[in-house]
Write a protein that binds this ligand. Structure first.
Ligand SMILES: [Zn+2]
Ligand SMILES: [Zn+2]
Length: 456
């Protein structure tokens, strides 16, 4: 999930909300392989100790966005050892691993690599003690607080299993490690560096994200729009400053700003089609320095969420119109109107092709009986959507959730005894073995289904 929109990840709470009490299959998963005689699950369980070791190493050594040098090198080496043709440095620190294995579709599996500027407080024996200096310039701890370490471990798990099963599939497997998801720029960086020109272009793209409000091992999916367009908008509102005791000699930017904030509420409630979901949240309003001084500037920071391009344009146009209109209403001159800046690039919405999603989930349903749920979409952001958006007529994509909350903790939360933390929390400690086992099996099984050897 994209870091600058911290509230986004909490929205995944919905997944837990729709499932209610869940049987204790989380632990059962670990033993089920041998009992059921399922070859794929048995293979996952055989590989799991090694994958968990890798996870702990990744967890202890997180790196910030576009600084994933060690992480990329470590995993590129693994892919190379498995026989993939590996290219590093795609979109700065991205990795592309390709395996051509006969006629058939091209399937791309994506994991993201970056950690967050968060001081870990899980107390885990393999907790990160790393520090780094992010864009803010202030040194901070670094933590895999979004679970991208589970994504990478399962990515390696799927790579191993698919290589072992090369005689069961036919097609081209493209496995990518994406940098800088948390700042919403890594997917675009890889695409702009020729991901679809220098390497086989995928027919299908798959990924998963761990979920901090769902029990470990649960699989959740949404059809259609799954995650939102995310825009970060800055509004700088000039005023005419002066003495607080002589307001008639000033133009107070705080009043203009509050009127803007008020009227922004009507964008979603009165201008957009109520059936087109959107969010306009003013997350920051800064102005002034002292009791008796009327400031000469106010600043707003706004997060704007939508699904469709049309809604996005309507909201952004509306913000510019309202900012201008309120300043004019306050009597500001044409050359002193608010300056509205929309951050570029933005994170586009993620669309799970409904038929493709249904196809993948139908195939997984037998294997994960009682553990797959269709869940509501969220207004969080993920730059995974870029991979389909680059060619929406030719590429189908799906991102699904894998619950990560340890079963006991989930049940305690159901009883109201504990609060679950969200992604990006310094306390987020997923049940990594269950997440990795579930995701490895799901990604592998889905890929095998998409590129069968027989063509049928
Ligand atoms: Zn994430
Ligand atoms: Zn995140």
């Amino acid at each position: 999930m994209v870091e600058r929109m911290k509230t986004a990840c909490a929205a995944i709470a919905l997944i837990g909300a729709v499932t209610g009490a869940v049987p204790a299959w989380a632990e059962q998963h670990v033993e089920a392989g041998a009992q059921e005689g399922d070859a794929l699950r048995s293979a996952v369980m055989e590989d799991l100790p090694g994958l968990v070791e890798l996870y702990k190493d990744l967890h202890a050594n997180p790196e910030l966005s576009f600084e994933e040098h060690e992480t990329a090198a470590k995993l590129a080496e693994r892919a190379r050892a498995l026989g993939f043709e590996v290219t590093e440095g795609v979109g700065q620190t991205g990795v592309v691993a390709v395996m051509e294995n006969g006629e058939g579709p091209t399937v791309m599996l994506r994991a993201d690599m970056d950690g967050l500027p968060v001081v870990e407080q899980t107390g885990l024996p393999y907790a990160s003690a790393r520090t780094a200096v992010p864009a803010s310039g202030v040194e901070t701890g670094v933590m895999h607080a979004c679970g991208h370490d589970t994504h990478m471990a399962a990515w390696v798990g799927a790579a191993q299993l698919l290589v072992e099963r090369r005689d069961e599939w036919s097609g081209t497997l493209v496995m990518i490690l994406q940098p800088a998801e948390e700042i919403g720029e890594g997917a675009l960086a890889m695409l702009e560096d020729g991901l679809y020109e220098r390497f086989p272009k995928p027919d299908y793209v798959l990924a998963f994200h761990d979920a901090a409000q769902a029990p470990a091992g649960m699989i959740g999916y949404s059809k259609g729009y799954a995650l939102a367009n995310v825009d970060s908008v800055d509004v700088v509102i000039p005023g005419i400053g002066g003495h607080g005791a002589y307001p008639h000699t000033t133009k107070d930017p705080i009043i203009i700003g509050t009127n803007i904030v008020d009227r922004l509420q009507t964008l979603v409630s009165r201008e957009l089609n109520p059936l087109d979901p959107a969010v306009v949240t003013v997350g920051s309003f800064q102005a002034g320095s002292k009791h008796n001084i009327i400031s000469d500037v106010a600043k707003l920071q706004i997060t704007v969420r939508s699904y469709t391009d049309e809604a996005r344009a309507q909201l952004l146009d509306g913000i510019a119109r309202i900012a201008r209109g309120e300043a004019l209403a306050a009597g500001m001159a044409e050359d002193m109107l608010p300056v509205v800046t929309v951050q570029d690039p933005y994170t586009p919405s993620t669309y799970n092709d409904p038929d493709f999603t249904e196809e993948v989930m139908t195939n997984l349903r037998g294997r994960f009986e009682g553990r797959i749920f269709e869940v509501p979409s969220v207004m969080g952001g993920e730059d995974f959507g870029q991979f389909r958006r680059a060619d929406p007529d030719e590429i189908e994509s799906l991102i699904f959730w894998v619950g990560g909350v340890p079963q006991e903790r989930y049940e305690a939360a159901q009883r109201g005894e504990v609060e679950l933390v969200s992604l990006h929390s310094p306390f987020w400690a997923p049940d990594a073995p269950v997440v990795i086992a579930t995701a490895t099996e799901a990604l592998t099984a889905a890929t095998l289904d998409l590129m069968p050897r027989s063509g049928g």
